[in-house]
Structures are given as C-alpha cells and as structure tokens.
Design a protein around this ligand. Sequence first.
Ligand SMILES: Nc1nc2c(c(=O)[nH]1)N[C@H]1C(S)=C(S)[C@@H](COP(=O)(O)O)O[C@H]1N2
Ligand SMILES: [Mo]
Length: 378
Amino acid sequence: MPAPALLPRFRGRLHDPRTATVVGRLLGLTILVCFLSGVISHYLQEPPTWLSPHLPTRPAWGYRVTQGLHVISGIAAVPLLLVKLWTVYPHVFEWPPVRSIAHALERLSIAVLVSATLLELFMGLLNTIQWYAWPFSFREVHWALAWVIIGSLLLHLAVKAPVIAANWRRRRAEPPQPELRDEVDRRSLLLGIGTAVGAVTLFTAGQSITPLKDLALLAPRDPDVGPQGLPVNRTARSAGVTEEAVRDWRLRVEGPTPYELTLDELRAMPQHRVELPIACVEGWSKSAHWEGVRIKDLLARAGLPDGARLRIVSLQRRGGYGVTEMDHPYTRDDLTLLALRLNGATLAPDHGYPARIIAPNRPGVVQTKWVTRLEVLA
Ligand SMILES: Nc1nc2c(c(=O)[nH]1)N[C@H]1C(S)=C(S)[C@@H](COP(=O)(O)O)O[C@H]1N2
Ligand SMILES: [Mo]
C-alpha cells in the first residue's frame, strides 16, 4: 500500500534506531533513578502498616537525598524525553498505520507510555511550584502513573529488544561516508542534550543541594528565603492558627498516665539540640538547628519508656497534614524532638510556634507544626 502523498517525508538522518537507542538509554536511566527515589519517597511519607515499624531513621539526611534525586532526575528527564520524542516522531506517520493486532497493541502501548510520561513530568514540575491545578489528589495520581509508566516501559523495551541490541554499540563506519557523517551529527545532538540537561540541573539543583543554591536561577524556591532562614509552605495564617489559639496553648500527652504541660514547663525539661533538614516533597531542602524536648522523654513521662506509635495533632484548622502519625522507630530515636527553637531563636509562628515535630530521615510534610496533642495509638 503506497503512503498517501499528504504524509510528510523525513530526510533528517537522526530519526534512526541508533540515535533512538543512545538517547533512550539516557532517558531510561534517568527514569529509573526518578522511579526508585520516588518509590522510597512514597513509602517514607505513607508507609503501609507492615512497613511502618521498620522504617529506618538513618541516615538522618536520607530523605533529603532521595527527594533531591527525585526532583533532579525528573527535571533532567524533560529535555531527554523531548529529544527522544523528536528522534522517533516520524513513526507517527508510519504507513500503513496498523499492520497486525500485535502491531496495533505495540503502538497503543507506546501511546500510553508517552502520554503517561508527559503528564507525570508536567504534574511533577507544577508540584514543585506548589500549583495544584487539578481536582484530584496529586500524590495518588502521580503514584499510579508511575506504575503505568514502568509497566508500559518494560513492555516497550521487550518489544524493541532486537532493535536496541542491534544498535547498542556504534557500528564501525568503514569507508561508507554517510555513516560517518551520521556519527558526527549524533555527537552534536548528544552534546546539545548534555548542555540542556546540565543547564536545567545546575540551575535548579540548588533547591536541595545547598552548595549550588546561588546557581538555582530557575528553581521556584530559594531555600534561604523565609523566617529564620527557612522556607515556609503553609503559614500559620493559612492553617487557621490564630494568636488566640496559641495563647492558651498546652501540650497534652495521652498515654497510660496522661498529662498536660505549659510552654514554660516544657522549657524546664531537658533540652536537646539537633541539626536536621526539612526536606519538602515539593522539591526544596534545607538543614537547620533545632532545640527542644525529646519525644522519647515525653513518652517516658506518660509511662511509655520504649517509644510508641503516635498520632500527632496540631492546632491547624484548614487543609491537610494537621494530623499525622509517627511509628516507634522515630518516637524512640534520640534525634526526634518536639522542637521549641529554630536556629537559635523561638520558633516563628510560620515554623510552628509553640512546638513542632522534627525527626531524622522524615519527609517535610510530616514534620508537623503547631503540635498540641500526642496520642498513643494501640
Ligand atoms: N500542621 C502542619 N504542619 C506542617 C505542614 C502543614 O501543612 N500543617 N506542612 C508541612 C510541610 S509540607 C513542610 S515541607 C514543613 C515545612 O516546615 P517549615 O514551614 O517550618 O519550613 O512543614 C510541615 N508541617
Ligand atoms: Mo512540604
């Protein structure tokens, strides 16, 4: 069947399987890093019950690394994906469009892979600028799409395995000149990709890698901007935490022997100092000095010397993450504090005054601010 005259013809020499393989390898590796760091991130933030008692609290900066890698690899995947799509897009005009049922299914799986990946990266990018322009839960959809991508990617790799294998190594261009020219063109393309990936990485990675912070010209967040040198996602005002609510504040601890403490009584308990990062799922991380009372000491006073699974309740009135849970690997850890001070001063209202949680290797989103009650869970 001859192709209709209307279909475009492609003469560019880089729409070939070797280029698709070379770019695809880089993209595949980037997506793998993004996927694995995303899985870790997901399970730290929302552990299933079987996993929650076994979550590691070391290294204390672990979540900062996985979250940083997730955002960095996600951003790097954008130029790689665009180039990969450019090398293969002549296939869209393949003629005849469908040769067999197997061919139709293969094309369908690629359509799913491409659209899911574009949507996933786009949603992730919008998330780093805290823009939730959709009615559904970001986390659930981002998580589900990740599996759709991995599934259709494995299928794609299996179908293309012969082509990939045939193009994995550069063919020696013995005199036939065109091949040599292709290789030169391909090198320029790769240099271009390298520059693009390097630039977006260098200009955004500073939101999680402090030494690069001055270069983070494209990053939506400056990790230095915020009260006490730390960014704020939800302000006291937007959480509905009023001065009035804070004025009569007491910490209530529910346990075998429940009790209440005023802020002065908390300050009179042994204070500990830790250096721990806030690592936010929305792409920024920053280390800080925290001072306060060990959660472990508060629990021992309630008759629970070995830590316990806790529900942490804050004064927050509006929006999510006002109530969180913490399992005993964290509650019995020496570094887990009910912090009263940040970087040498009383917590600012936006950082959770009078008291907030800070724990090692824990996603920022569950470092609960404005804590008012600790409830022991069975
Ligand atoms: N009660 C409550 N605590 C909260 C939040 C919240 O919305 N409500 N946001 C969390 C998020 S997403 C992050 S990243 C950290 C940020 O802490 P910071 O504002 O002190 O930097 O606080 C966490 N604690
Ligand atoms: Mo966050």
